[in-house]
Design a protein around this ligand. Structure first.
Ligand code: PMP
Ligand code: GLN
Length: 378
C-alpha cells in the first residue's frame, strides 16, 4: 500500500519496553511510574464502576470533572474558565494533541515544533497534509532561541507547539519566554498548542502555564494529563482547555475521534480532586525526593547528570563510557548493561549530535537502586 506516514515506524517507547522484557533489563525507558495510584483514587474508581457509571460519559467530559479542572485552573493560574465551553476531557493528552492539530491545521500549513519534540506531534501534523518546521532547542539548557522562531515564522505558520516542562529534558519556560511567544503571535492567526502534561512537576518556582498569560490563553489550546499527575498512565485520561470558539473547533474532532472518555475514571478523578486537592501540590516534593535520590545513586557512575528543572526524566551524558550515537548506545545498554533508556534521536529531525540518554525516575527505590547498581558498573 501507499503509506501516508513513510517515515513513521514503531514508537521508541514500545521498542524499548519490549527490549527491556526481552533482555530482563531494568526499565527506565518509557515514562510511567512503577508504583500505584493513591488507594483512595483506586477505591473511587471501583465505586464509580459499582455505581453504574459504565456507559458513555457526556461528550465533553462529566460536569463534575470539568468543575474540578476549572477550580484548579483558577486556583493555580488565576484564569477563570467557563465550565461548559472551555474544557474538554480527552482519552489522554495524546488524543487532545491529535484533536487540537486536526481541528486547526490545514493542508499546506506549517507548525513550528522544538527538537527534541515528543514523538506524537509530527505524525499528527503530517496527517493533515501540513509540515512540521523543526527548531532545535539550545544544548544543554534546552531553551528556545526566540530569534530562530521569529526567523521561522512565515505566512503559512498556523501553529506553534510548545511543551513545558519539557520531555525529555525537564526544561521549563519562563514568564519572559511566554512574553516572547506572545509578541511573535500577536496580530497573526497563529494558534499555540501548549503541552503541559508535567504541569505539577516543577521543582523551583511555579509552573508558567500559558493559562497564566491572558493574551496567549486567548489563542491557545492547553493540554494536560491525569496519567502523570495521579500515577495512572494506563487510564488514559487527559484534557484540553481553550477559549469557547477554539474549543468548539476542537470538539468537532473529539466527537468523531473518540466521542467521549472512560466514564468511571472521570467520576473518580472528580471525587479525588475535590477531597484531596493537596495531591498535586505535594507532587513536586514527592518527585524531588525521587530525583535527588536517583542523582545521589548515580553520582559514583561515569555518567554526567544534567540539571532537571521539571518532569520525571533525568538526562545523562554517557560520552565518558562509549563514543557512539545514542541509538547505538541505548541498544548496547539494554542488551549488555541491563538498563532500558530512551535515546533522543527519535525526537529530532536531524540526529542531535549529543551523547545523551533519558532515564525515567518515576520509580520505586528498589528499581532505582537496581538500575544504579548496573549503571555504576559501566
Ligand atoms: N505529551 C508529553 C510531553 C508526554 O510526555 C506524554 C506522555 N508521557 C504525552 C503528551 C501523552 O500523555 P497521555 O499518556 O495522557 O496520552
Ligand atoms: N509519554 C511517555 C514517555 O515520554 C510515553 C508514552 C507512550 O509510550 N506513548 O515516556
Amino acid at each position: 500500500i501507499e503509506t501516508k506516514l513513510p517515515k513513521v515506524g514503531t514508537t521508541i517507547f514500545s521498542v524499548m519496553s519490549q527490549l527491556a522484557v526481552q533482555h530482563q533489563a531494568v526499565n527506565l525507558g518509557q515514562g510511567f511510574p512503577d508504583f500505584e495510584p493513591p488507594p483512595e483514587l483506586r477505591d473511587a474508581l471501583t465505586r464509580a464502576m459499582n455505581a453504574g457509571k459504565n456507559q458513555y460519559a457526556p461528550m465533553h467530559g462529566t460536569a463534575g470533572l470539568r468543575e474540578q479542572i476549572a477550580l484548579k485552573t483558577e486556583r493555580l493560574y488565576g484564569r477563570k474558565l467557563d465550565v461548559d465551553t472551555d474544557i474538554t476531557v480527552t482519552s489522554g493528552a495524546t488524543e487532545a494533541i491529535f484533536a487540537a492539530i486536526a481541528a486547526t491545521v490545514r493542508a499546506g500549513e506549517e507548525v513550528i515544533v522544538f527538537d527534541p519534540a515528543y514523538d506524537c506531534y509530527e505524525p499528527a501534523i503530517e496527517l493533515q497534509g501540513a509540515r512540521a518546521v523543526h527548531i532545535p532547542l539550545t544544548v544543554p539548557a534546552f531553551a528556545i532561541d526566540w530569534q530562530r522562531v521569529r526567523d521561522a515564522v512565515t505566512p503559512k505558520t498556523r501553529m506553534i507547539l510548545i511543551n513545558t516542562p519539557h520531555n525529555p529534558s525537564g526544561a521549563v519556560l519562563s514568564a519572559a519566554d511566554l512574553d516572547e511567544l506572545a509578541a511573535i503571535v500577536r496580530d497573526t492567526g497563529i494558534v499555540v498548542l501548549s503541552d503541559e502534561v508535567y504541569e505539577h512537576i516543577v521543582y523551583d518556582g511555579a509552573h508558567e502555564s500559558v493559562l497564566r498569560h491572558p493574551e496567549l490563553a486567548e489563542r491557545s489550546i492547553v493540554v494536560s494529563s491525569f496519567g502523570k499527575t495521579y500515577h495512572c498512565t494506563g487510564w488514559k485520561v487527559g484534557y484540553a482547555v481553550a477559549p469557547a470558539a477554539l474549543s468548539a473547533e476542537f470538539r468537532k474532532v473529539h466527537q468523531y475521534l473518540t466521542f467521549c472518555t472512560f466514564h468511571p475514571a472521570q467520576v473518580a478523578f472528580a471525587e479525588f480532586m475535590a477531597s484531596t486537592p493537596q495531591h498535586y501540590l505535594e507532587l513536586p516534593a514527592f518527585y524531588r525526593a525521587k530525583r535527588d535520590r536517583f542523582r545521589a545513586l548515580l553520582a559514583p557512575s561515569r555518567f554526567k547528570l544534567l540539571d532537571v528543572p521539571g518532569g520525571y526524566f533525568q538526562l545523562v551524558d554517557y560520552s565518558a563510557i562509549r563514543d557512539e550515537d545514542d541509538l547505538a548506545f541505548s541498544r548496547w545498554l539494554v542488551e549488555q548493561g541491563g538498563v532500558a533508556t530512551i535515546p533522543l534521536t527519535p525526537f529530532c529531525e536531524r540526529p542531535p549530535g549529543t551523547r545523551l540518554l533519558r532515564l525515567c525516575f518515576a520509580k520505586s527505590d528498589a528499581t532505582m537502586e537496581a538500575a544504579a547498581e548496573r549503571l555504576c558498573r559501566l
